[in-house]
Design a protein around this ligand. Structure first.
Ligand code: UDP
Ligand code: MG
Length: 334
C-alpha cells in the first residue's frame, strides 16, 4: 500500500497547476480546488501553482491567494518556459506522497481526482485521465490530437496511452524517477509511460476551458508533437533511410532507362522532363532526410549545453526554498 507515508498524521497530496496568462480563470480555479480540498478529510493538500512568465495579472492574483492560504505555494518563473517545464518545476518542488498534474483552465475537472485517489489506495502508482470527449475544442484540434496520439503510439518504443494528457496522479517513486530524467525536450506523459510501475486509466470528459483562450497555438502544438515523437522514437531516422533507398531504387530505373535510350535510340537528348523530375525528387528527399537529422542534432546540442531547465525568480509560500523571501534568481540544476 502506497498511502502510508508519515507526515504529521495524514498523507500529503500535491496538486501541480501550471498557469500562463490565466487571470480570467485563476480565481475560479482556486475556489474549485478549495471545494475539492474541503471534501478530502483523510489527506493533507498543498497547491503548487507555477506562474510560467505570465504577462497579465496571474501572478498578482496568485500572490494574494498565497498570502491568505498556507496550502497555496507559487513558483514564479523568470520568463515563459512552457507547460512541460512548468509541470516539471512543480514536481521538483512537490513534497507529496502523491502528485497530481492538473491544468489551470478547469478543462480537467478536479472532482475526477477523487477517483484517482481511490485507485491510488488500491495500489496503483499512476492514474491517468483518458479523454472520452473533448468539449469546446475545434474539430481541427480534436482530430489532429487524435491522429497525433495514434501516430506517436505507432512510432514510440514504449506504448504511450491514447488520448491522454498530463492530467494524472503519480506516487512519489514515479515523481522521483522523473526527477532523475534530465532531458531538456520534455514530453512528460511519455516519460511517465517509460518509467513503468502499475498504471491505470480513468476515463473522463474534458470540459470546456472556463475562460480565456488556449495557450497552445498551432506553432506550440507542432513543437510539442515533434518533441513527443523525437524524444520517444528513432524511427524517423530509419524512415529517412527507407525513403533514401526508395529514391535510389527509382533512380536506378531511370539510369537503366537513360543508358538504354543512349545506346539503342537516337532520341537520347530528349528527356529533360525526366531529368528535372529526378533532380527535384532527389533534392526533396535529401532535404527531408537532412531536416530529420537536423532535428535530432538540435536536440543533442540542447542536451550538451547542460543549461538548467528553468530559472525561478521567486518561490512564494515554501517553507524551505532558498528564495522564499528574496527575488534573487535561483537556478535548478538538473
Ligand atoms: N501553460 C503554461 N505555459 C505555456 C502554455 C500553457 O503553463 O507556455 C498552461 C496553461 O496555463 C494551462 C495548461 O498549461 O494551465 C494547458 O494549456 P492550455 O489550456 O492553453 O492548452 P490546451 O488545453 O488548449 O491544449
Ligand atoms: Mg486547456
Amino acid at each position: 500500500m502506497t498511502l502510508t507515508a508519515e507526515r504529521g498524521s495524514l498523507p500529503l497530496l500535491s496538486l501541480v497547476i501550471p498557469c500562463y496568462n490565466e487571470e480570467q480563470v485563476i480565481a475560479e480555479t482556486v475556489s474549485r480546488l478549495n471545494n475539492f480540498c474541503a471534501e478530502l478529510t483523510d489527506l493533507e493538500v498543498e497547491l503548487i501553482f507555477i506562474d510560467d512568465g505570465s504577462q497579465d495579472n496571474t501572478l498578482a492574483i496568485l500572490r494574494d491567494h498565497a498570502a491568505q492560504d498556507p496550502r497555496i505555494k507559487v513558483i514564479c518563473f523568470a520568463r515563459n518556459f512552457g507547460h512541460q517545464i512548468a509541470v516539471t518545476a512543480g514536481m521538483d518542488a512537490a513534497k507529496g506522497d502523491a502528485v497530481v498534474l492538473i491544468d489551470a483552465d478547469l478543462q480537467d475537472p478536479p472532482e475526477v481526482i477523487h477517483q484517482m485517489i481511490a485507485k491510488w489506495r488500491e495500489g496503483y502508482d499512476v492514474v491517468y485521465g483518458t479523454r472520452t470527449a473533448r468539449k469546446g475544442e475545434s474539430i481541427f484540434k480534436r482530430s489532429s490530437a487524435r491522429g497525433f496520439y495514434r501516430l506517436l503510439n505507432k512510432l514510440s518504443d514504449v506504448p504511450i496511452p491514447l488520448d491522454t494528457g498530463d492530467f494524472r496522479l503519480m506516487t512519489q517513486p514515479i515523481v522521483d524517477s522523473l526527477k532523475a530524467m534530465p532531458e531538456r525536450d520534455r514530453f512528460v506523459r511519455g516519460m511517465v509511460s517509460w518509467v513503468g510501475f502499475k498504471q491505470i486509466a480513468i476515463p473522463y470528459q474534458r470540459a470546456e476551458r472556463f475562460a480565456g483562450k488556449s495557450k497552445y497555438p498551432l506553432r506550440k502544438m507542432l513543437r510539442f508533437a515533434t518533441d513527443g515523437i523525437l524524444s520517444f522514437s528513432t524511427k524517423p531516422l530509419q524512415m529517412s533511410i527507407a525513403l533514401g533507398m526508395l529514391a535510389a531504387f527509382i533512380a536506378m530505373g531511370g539510369i537503366v532507362y537513360a543508358i538504354a535510350m543512349r545506346i539503342f535510340t537516337d532520341i537520347w537528348v530528349e528527356g529533360w522532363t525526366a531529368l528535372m523530375i529526378a533532380i527535384l525528387f532527389l533534392g526533396g528527399v535529401q532535404l527531408i532526410c537532412v531536416g530529420i537529422l537536423g532535428e535530432y542534432i538540435g536536440r543533442i546540442y540542447n542536451e550538451v549545453k547542460q543549461r538548467p531547465l528553468y530559472i525561478v525568480e521567486e518561490y512564494l509560500g515554501f517553507a524551505d526554498q532558498q528564495a522564499t523571501h528574496s527575488r534573487s534568481p535561483t537556478m535548478k540544476h538538473k
